[in-house]
Ligand binder design. Structure first.
Ligand code: C2O
Ligand code: CU
Length: 501
């Protein structure tokens, strides 16, 4: 397979590579390849034998295959009295969940019936690099009218999701859960509900593409004047760049929610996914203490919480015990106006009044994903990093440009790592806004104060704060590291973690 993307890597010259600040620094710290006659490092591209070998090592004997076909298409969708023309997988929002077991082979045939190129990215999975779904880096985009087959082993259990990695398509209805079960997990709950949260504007007289163009042309003032920009004390500054008329839980607007029927005392596992493009959600079941059990698919030391914050791309699994009266899960767009909810109907009680629930809920302490702690079983063994890359997050100044280390995205440049290294990313947020920073193909460990932070793939970095994350470079390829605010990513806040040999 010689895609255009792969040729790019082969064409990468020594001169080009030496121009990469990060690459040079990383090589120098290793004390390797410093003499002029030594061969230049080469990028391990998606078609490399190393990528195939890593996939081979993931395969399990007796694994089953999960076969899925889906079509990304323009569709009219009812969000609960709000009808919109949008883009969705098979006309559903969220798209149909994909369910697999750890070690399974997932095979997805996607047809592109959209008027734009597209791709599918499997958010959070440590999968084979050539199936990661990033056009220009790991594959060629799927053309309108075209098809593509994704096929990969799912190595870890947990709550994941997928979405296109083209433009601002994520801010349409193109997203769905991918849940990987662990057959050996005890599963101490009676019922499971997957809840996908989203900020919605497509088909309400706006499209994400038009919103993005407006931001580019008019900067942050494009949507509103600066003084009316959403702010949040919890987020330590700006809460978003875009104003949304609706917020959704499982494709339903706040006042026409999904209803889940349960019994008092039942234990319900909630798998929460923030598929929003520009909105963090404060989530909880007012009056009920949640037990947080996982974040980004990986287990954490059980933590009781009234409310939890999910940045864009983040997932949190919680267990709640249903009370004796009908109640609701609230998802409040942090710093913005509106709400989404899922009603838990217990007995014959009528739905609770949302504003009453909200008043108390907003006074409760909120747990951030980065404050959780990995369980012993998934802690990375303590080790000093072999390579550290600093990523300074800046923007926007005048123009709507968000940068990392002063640069916007360039797939030919990258932060160099070598297989077998312990790598550290140091995110330095110099902006007034939070950034949910996401790394493809790996689950890093957040460096908490005491060391053992949570294993995550998406972590909120607050304004004027620095966050360090460590990962083992054990999945060769070219992997994006970017802000999961889709408008920030598009406007440049995206780079490549680049394995070389
Ligand atoms: Cu949710 Cu680059 O991904
Ligand atoms: Cu950002």
């Amino acid at each position: 397979m010689t895609s255009a993307a792969d040729r790019t890597f082969r064409a990468l010259s020594r001169r080009r590579f030496l121009a990469l600040g990060g690459g040079l620094a990383a090589t120098a710290t290793l004390g390797a390849c410093t003499s002029d006659s030594s061969p230049a490092p080469t990028r391990i591209g998606p078609a490399s034998a190393k990528v195939a070998a890593a996939e081979q090592a993931r395969k399990k004997v007796g694994a089953s295959t999960v076969d899925v076909t889906l079509t990304a298409l323009p569709a009219d969708v009812d969000l609960g009295g709000v009808r919109v023309s949008t883009w969705a997988f098979d006309g559903r929002i969220p798209g149909k969940e994909i369910r697999a077991k750890r070690g399974d082979l997932v095979r997805v045939q996607v047809h592109n019936a959209l008027p734009q190129e597209t791709s599918l990215h499997w958010h959070g999975l440590a999968l084979r690099n050539d199936m990661d779904g990033v056009p220009g880096l790991t594959q060629d985009a799927v053309k309108p009218g075209g098809s593509y087959k994704y096929e990969f082993t799912v190595p870890d259990a947990g709550t994941y999701w997928f979405h296109p990695h083209v433009g601002v398509q994520l801010d349409r209805g193109l997203y769905a859960p991918l849940i990987v079960d662990d057959p050996s997990e005890p599963g101490d709950y009676d019922q499971e509900v997957v809840i996908v949260l989203d900020d919605w504007l497509d088909g309400t007289g706006q499209t994400p593409d038009a919103v993005y163009q407006n931001l580019l042309q008019n900067g942050m003032g494009g949507m509103a004047d600066m003084a009316s920009m959403p702010k949040s004390a919890l987020l330590g500054g700006d809460a978003g760049d875009v104003t949304y008329p609706h917020f959704l839980a499982n494709g339903r607007v706040g006042n026409q929610p999904q209803t889940v029927v349960g019994k008092a005392g039942q234990r319900v596992r909630l798998r929460l996914i923030n598929a929003g493009a520009d909105t963090a959600f404060r989530v909880g079941v007012p009056g009920v203490t949640m037990t947080i059990t996982h974040t980004d698919g990986f287990p954490v030391t059980a933590r009781a919480a009234d409310a939890v914050l999910l940045g864009m791309g983040e997932r949190v699994d919680v267990v709640v015990e249903l009370p004796s009266a009908t109640t609701a899960l609230l998802a409040l767009p942090e710093g913005k106006v509106g709400f989404a909810q899922v009603v838990f109907k217990v007995g014959s009680g009528s739905s609770p009044d949302v504003s009453t629930l909200m008043a108390d809920f907003l006074r409760r302490p909120v747990v951030m994903g980065t404050a959780l702690a990995a369980t012993e079983q998934v802690l990375l063994p303590a080790k000093n990093p072999d390579v550290t890359h600093e990523l300074v997050l800046e923007g926007p100044t005048g123009k709507y440009t968000w940068t990392m280390n002063g640069k916007t995205y360039n797939p030919a440049e990258g932060l160099v790592v070598r297989e077998g290294q312990r790598a550290r990313l140091r995110f330095v947020n110099k902006t007034q806004m939070f950034h949910p920073m996401h790394l493809h193909g790996h689950t890093f460990q957040v460096r908490g104060q005491a060391g053992g932070g949570p294993r995550k793939d998406t972590a909120v970095v607050l304004p004027r704060q620095t966050l360090e994350v460590d990962f083992d470079a054990d999945n060769p390829g070219q992997w994006l590291a970017h802000c999961h605010n889709v408008y920030h990513g598009e406007a440049g806040m995206m780079t490549v973690v680049s394995y070389v040999e």
